[in-house]
Design a protein around this ligand. Structure first.
Ligand SMILES: [Zn+2]
Ligand SMILES: [Zn+2]
Length: 414
């Protein structure tokens, strides 16, 4: 047994889900995953007939539950998200093509649009979804558990209220972009459960795909190994949850869903969750929801909990350090490509590359921002109401004069 780290993103959507990029096809996902540095991706949307066919056609089977793109080497496991009768979203991971077919057959009886939308809506409760999934050898758990739409804690005050007698069948909880382990570990009922961090990407570009992911210690990039890591068996485990600073998420603070005005919890309550500017719905932020549910004022991490590393997409970090503020500009793209070509993939640049080599490739200002970020010193303007938060340079960098690349390293604390 030779356990080594693999980067795994288990929650994406294909082009057959609502509001997704037309480029969410297997080829592009496999290629972009490689550039990002992801070894294993959840296929998403396996109940969609056309998507399921293209999975079977374009990927080669490694074992019953593991599939590989021959050109890019990206591995896939079979996955989907479903919505239950209470509008709560769940993730399901499947051991085989035949398990997908059998579970689909059961769920099709409870869904009008299983053929139409990649994320099927079912008219059954969470309990039944967990029962059917586990009966067929799948893993199941709540998606983006804290968001103020379509999540477990939006609808219920506890995991037991959601899954009832079947709560023991839940094998993980997805943190979602607006939460991290520091927030989730303030809730005592979650101490035994494995947290996964996934991108929920709707487009394949590297600011979306793998924007959150798990570092898993596995013997090989296969379904069986992923299951063991989630169950924390045989030494396999998630050794790092990597994701957004929760303040960068769209629903971190309580805010109006129309004009994004942010409110304190008491203020929002007093206004009856209606914005005093435009009458829009005020969505309860994840931080306020966690405060309502929390048993502890500070996180109490159980011994098995891996650290949570906060990152942001490389394009956004690059944009912060050059004159172009737009992460999609050609200027940013040039630097992004240069870095990814040199270091092999985006995750390595963000998480692992030695700072000195980042200085050589993209200048001291870039290296200083990555350092600030690895050391949790980057300023974040929190998001809310559906608006993402944004990164800001820490005070000492924001006044840096032009030509930062000519300045000495020591000025940036490296
Ligand atoms: Zn969802
Ligand atoms: Zn408003």
């Amino acid at each position: 047994m030779n356990l080594r780290p693999f980067h795994v993103d288990l929650h994406i959507h294909s082009k057959y889900s609502g509001a997704t990029s037309q480029r969410m096809d297997i080829e592009t996902i496999a290629q972009q995953a490689k550039l990002k540095g992801l070894a294993i991706i959840g296929t998403g949307d396996v109940f969609h007939p056309v998507w399921f066919e293209s999975i079977k056609k374009s990927l080669s089977k490694i074992d019953e539950g593991t599939f590989e793109h021959s050109r890019y080497g990206t591995r896939f496991v079979l996955s989907t998200e479903v919505e239950d009768k209470d509008r709560v979203h769940h993730l399901i991971f499947f051991p085989s093509v035949s398990a997908v077919e059998s579970v689909r057959e059961v769920f099709a009886k409870h869904s009008r649009e299983i053929d139409l939308d990649g994320r099927a809506t079912l008219s059954i409760p969470a309990t039944e979804i967990a029962d059917v999934a586990v009966e067929h050898g799948c893993l199941v758990g709540p998606s983006h558990a804290f968001t103020p739409w379509t999540s477990m804690y939006k609808e219920f005050d506890s995991i037991g209220d959601c899954y009832k007698d079947s709560v023991g069948k839940v094998s993980f909880l997805e943190l979602g972009l607006s939460a991290d382990t520091d927030l989730a570990d303030r809730i005592s009922e979650l101490s035994e459960i494995t947290f996964i961090s996934c991108s929920d990407a709707h487009s394949p570009w590297p600011d979306k795909l793998g924007r959150e992911f798990n570092r898993m210690e596995l013997d090989d990039a296969t379904w069986e190994e992923v299951v063991k890591a989630i169950r924390r068996e045989g030494g396999r485990r998630i050794s790092l949850n990597v994701g957004f600073d929760p303040r960068l998420g769209k629903y971190h603070l309580t805010a109006c869903s129309q004009c994004f005005k942010q409110f304190g919890f008491d203020e929002a309550k007093k206004l009856n969750w209606k914005c005093d500017i435009d009458g829009g719905w005020v969505k309860k932020g994840v931080i306020d929801r966690v405060n309502e549910l929390a048993d502890f004022p500070e996180p109490r991490h159980p011994p098995h909990r891996p650290p949570y590393l906060k990152i942001a997409p490389l394009a956004e970090v690059v944009a912060l350090t050059i004159s172009s503020p737009d992460p999609h500009s050609p200027e940013v793209s040039d630097v992004w490509q240069k870095l990814v070509r040199k270091f092999g993939n985006e995750i390595f640049v963000l998480v692992d590359a030695p700072l000195e080599s980042l200085v050589e490739s993209a200048g001291p200002r870039f290296a200083a921002v990555v350092k600030a970020f690895r050391e949790r010193n980057l300023r974040v303007v929190a998001g809310g109401g559906g608006q993402y938060g944004r990164l800001e340079l820490p005070g000492e960098f924001s006044n840096v004069l032009p030509s930062p690349s000519q300045r000495k390293l020591s000025e940036f604390g490296i």
